[in-house]
Design a protein around this ligand. Structure first.
Ligand SMILES: C[S@@+](CC[C@H](N)C(=O)[O-])C[C@H]1O[C@@H](n2cnc3c(N)ncnc32)[C@H](O)[C@@H]1O
Length: 357
């Protein structure tokens, strides 16, 4: 591990530590009467029960829907933007890393992410995000194919379906090339790096532009006993490292961004147009002569009606790599209980193996 990883400060929701004017919301009040304060730009403080925050948000949704009736794309986008703004003015007080409302969940992130702040205000939606992430962190996520549990750090992408891991596993089990070292671009919660190490790679370098991913995976790697073989570096793509690898793997974001990307999880899902050309250009420099470049991808963009396929673009126009193998696998729904329309029916994950031309 390098110094830089010890010095990383995690990304976390903004808090208010200065004095600000707030309107109090008490349990006996009618949530319908407070939402105009939020919509008009005033801060509202939940004083009694955690549940009051949920009630106010519910009313806020209803109220804003009445003002944003248009069902078209722009109308819905405006509604979401208005909800985001107004809901973030709904606040809860935190003292000594505990919520100052009754029947509130314990959220360990409040101490881990804000060790020095003993008293502050935080928005209710941010608390909900922290709470849900804390539950995952506590409970952990069983990754069957790795025969281990991971505990994802706040703000880090983690897989909820495992088809791409199965596909990679199938390929890795047959791989007979050198296993001196590998590079895992966009390491996230570490699953592909752990897979490489379990399959006999001597050393792996994992990079990510998300600080929380590097912080969390560093901790997990220590806990799981991988840290002497796994180096983690915060940075863009190859993070300016100067090594060449026998294998490079990248499970990139699968959808092209049509909005300005925020730091963190957003960049796990959406990519900017220049991401893939930059990746292939750098991969050319970092792949050993007889090395393999693996991309895990999906036809999700096609399924939802987009035509972009940055990997095919590279094959057709890049002039850097040739395709050695292509494998695909149908995606299993994450839960039998999903009521969502079955548009994932035709979704497939893809594994592409490239070698130098
Ligand atoms: C789909 S997630 C995959 C995470 C993990 N490898 C897995 O398979 O579960 C994509 C990851 O790539 C990271 N990422 C996105 N753009 C990046 C870039 N330019 N350089 C390095 N990592 C990037 C994201 O932060 C995210 O952790």
């Amino acid at each position: 591990m390098t110094d830089t990883q010890y010095n990383l400060i995690p990304d976390k929701p903004e808090i208010v530590t200065s004095e600000i004017e707030v309107v109090s919301f008490f349990n006996k009040m009618d949530p319908r009467e407070i939402i105009s304060e939020l919509i008009e730009g005033n801060y509202v403080l939940i004083e009694d029960f955690y549940n009051n925050g949920l009630q106010v948000l519910e009313e806020l949704k209803k109220g804003l829907r009445r003002n944003h009736k248009s069902k078209n794309f722009q109308g819905q986008r405006d509604y979401r933007a208005a909800f985001r703004k107004a809901s973030h003015r709904l606040l809860v007080m935190v003292v000594d890393h505990k919520l100052e409302v009754k029947k509130a969940p314990e959220i360990g992130w409040l101490k881990i992410l804000y060790p020095e702040d003993n008293e502050f205000l935080i928005s209710f939606p941010d608390l909900q995000g922290l709470n849900s992430s804390w539950q995952w962190y506590l409970k952990g996520l069983e990754i069957e194919i790795l025969k281990l549990k991971i505990h994802p750090f706040y703000g880090t992408y983690f897989p909820t379906r495992f088809d791409h891991l199965m596909l990679f596993d199938k390929w890795l089990k047959k791989y007979e090339g050198k296993k001196n070292n590998a590079i895992d671009i966009g390491v996230g919660s570490g699953v592909l790096s752990f897979q490489l190490l379990q399959n006999g790679f001597s050393r792996v370098l994992g990079t990510d532009t998300n600080k929380n991913a590097i912080i969390g995976t560093t901790q997990e790697s220590e806990r799981l006993g991988f840290s002497d073989r796994l180096t983690l570096k915060y940075g863009d793509l190859f993070a300016e490292c100067d090594i060449k690898a026998d294998l490079i793997v990248f499970n990139p974001p699968w959808l092209i961004a049509k909005h300005q990307l925020a730091e963190g999880i957003d960049k796990a899902i959406y990519y900017e147009v220049d991401l893939f050309p930059r990746f292939f250009e750098q991969a050319k420099q970092h792949l050993e002569e007889d090395g393999k470049l693996i991309l895990l991808f999906s036809n999700l963009a096609e399924v939802i009606g987009d035509s972009d396929h940055p990997i095919l673009d590279e094959l057709n126009k890049g002039g850097r790599f040739k395709k050695e193998l292509y494998m695909q696998k149908g995606v299993k729904p994450s839960s039998k209980k999903t009521r969502r329309k079955n548009w994932r029916k035709d979704e497939k994950v893809e594994l592409w193996v490239f070698t130098h031309i």
